[in-house]
Design a protein around this ligand. Structure first.
Ligand code: GDP
Ligand code: GDP
Length: 438
């Protein structure tokens, strides 16, 4: 399902990220012990009264460091205007109206998007009721008084918000279709790669190319499999969105990741992984998507026998959390190894869907425990694993029934993950491990 997008906009310190956390906070995916990526989360799923939606905290979207606050805010408002179905414009009712609020308002008024004015930090009713009149000058409807920090009246805000939602778009493909998104910085060769894959004779591109708001979808068949490539670069090509300043559409990429089974993270061999790549790959990891790293423009690299290994080592070092992701070296220019990308995708899809029998799984866990005892707490209480099951695939989820889930330590979880991978592989797919009390 393609969900409506809500963007939170406003000057610094009004409480955008607090509101964001209030809206998506409890929904953080089941088991992640990796603090670095989630901290700068700018994008999350939420739901109100059965209406799922996506929230963007534009405060986390930044131009380069040298930009002024004003330029940052302009940029953030611009992203919101382009990406969102509804905009939450947050102001600080305690601080009152500022010129920065006026600047943001000016931009938002020029858009045709619905804007809800949110007056945050309204714990003190009297003060809030008095100050709210300041904000009428901005030309929006009555401000919604809330306290994001204390969760006050956010329900009323959400009631109002969902009234603005457009009809929800249905996902266009069935479950058997392998959905591949192609992400990476501009110019790394995403489109060239996609064109190469589609141009291959054994690939049959279907007549109808679906177009969503975020990407150009190209469905095709190959060796009896149905695929769709979700190409975020295609959009820009067709000139529908051109924002000049923007280097990399994070949000569009994240939305493409959301809709896919496997994410191809494409990079230019001469540049390596960028921070944005890592952020998006981290999101794919969190969301349990298959990930393949494609090092493109390999033709341009001067190589000896060590080059490829050195490259792999560097990527593993840069993005340790993706240590399961296959790395392939391609040239979209010469076509070298381009069709192998599809073979790897197929393999990753298989791993992503792989189910391990309860018997076999418990054998591996027992062996792991025998080799390396589970942790105990400071009172000497040790974790005991009774048994394990795999209730889910896409991504594989392993549930361990234990005496006390609190005793599970992330390092032990990582150990178990390594043992499971050692026994079964699971290349290209994240796996999730959840400890549960009986
Ligand atoms: P952002 O820069 O707009 O994302 O703002 P933050 O969410 O980081 O919040 C800025 C400051 O305002 C933090 O110190 C928050 O704790 C505080 N804050 C956020 N929401 C509220 C609220 O509802 N009431 C009060 N009193 N403080 C809040
Ligand atoms: P995108 O913005 O990621 O979609 O990148 P493009 O596919 O538009 O490619 C950007 C530029 O890099 C174009 O000039 C391509 O011809 C060139 N390019 C793409 N792939 C390769 C490659 O593997 N090797 C070389 N040498 N050039 C490439």
């Amino acid at each position: 399902m393609i969900k409506p997008v809500v963007a939170i906009v406003g000057r610094p310190n009004v409480g955008k990220s607090t509101l964001f956390n209030r809206l998506v906070g409890e929904r953080v995916s089941i088991v992640e012990d990796r603090p670095s990526i989630t901290r700068d989360r700018i994008y999350g799923d939420s739901e109100w009264l059965g209406n799922p939606f996506i929230v963007i905290d534009t405060g986390g979207i930044e131009l380069d460091d040298q930009s002024t606050i004003k330029a940052q805010m302009r940029y953030q408002a611009q992203v919101a205007i382009e990406e969102a179905d509804v905009i939450l414009f947050v102001v600080d009712v305690r601080a009152g109206l500022t010129n920065m609020d006026r600047d943001v308002a000016e931009l938002l008024r020029q858009s045709n998007k619905p804007v809800i004015l949110v007056a945050n930090k309204a714990e003190n009713n009297q003060e809030a009721e008095m100050n709210k009149y300041d904000f009428y000058e901005l030309g929006f409807d009555d401000p919604q008084l809330i306290s994001a920090e204390h969760g006050r009246r956010t329900g009323d805000l959400l009631d109002k918000l969902i009234e603005y939602f457009p009809e929800v778009e249905e996902e266009l493909y069935d479950d058997d279709t392998i959905k591949i998104s192609v992400i990476g910085r501009p110019n790394v060769g995403k489109s060239s790669l996609v064109n190469r894959i589609l141009g291959e004779q054994r690939v049959i591109v279907s007549d109808i190319a679906g177009t969503t708001r975020d990407a150009i979808d190209t469905p095709f068949s190959h060796d009896d499999n149905d695929y769709v490539i979700i190409d975020t670069a295609g959009m820009r090509r067709r000139g529908k969105v051109d924002r000049g300043v923007e280097k990399y559409s994070v949000i569009r990429s994240l939305r493409a990741v959301d809709r896919s089974d496997v994410v191809l993270v494409v990079l230019d061999a001469s540049e390596g992984l960028t921070d944005q790549d890592k952020k998006i790959a981290g999101y794919a990891h969190d969301e349990g998507k298959g990930v393949v790293i494609v090092v493109n423009k390999w033709d341009l690299v001067e190589k000896d026998t060590h080059t490829m290994n050195a490259y792999i080592e560097e990527i593993r070092y840069q993005a340790g959390f993706l240590n399961y992701a296959p790395i392939i070296f391609t040239s979209a220019l010469t076509g070298k190894r381009v069709m192998e990308v599809l073979d790897i995708v197929n393999y990753v899809v298989e791993q992503h869907n792989r189910r391990i029998s309860t018997n076999l799984l418990n054998k591996v866990i027992e062996d792991a425990v025998a080799m390396n005892q589970p942790p105990s707490n400071k009172h000497g209480k040790r974790m005991k694993i009774f048994y394990a099951t795999q209730p889910r695939v896409k991504p594989p989820l392993f549930v361990l029934f234990v005496n006390d889930p609190e005793l599970m330590h992330f390092s032990y979880k990582r150990y178990l993950e390594n043992q499971i991978r050692g026994a079964f592989g699971f290349e290209g797919t994240p796996i999730k491990i959840l400890a549960r009390g009986r």
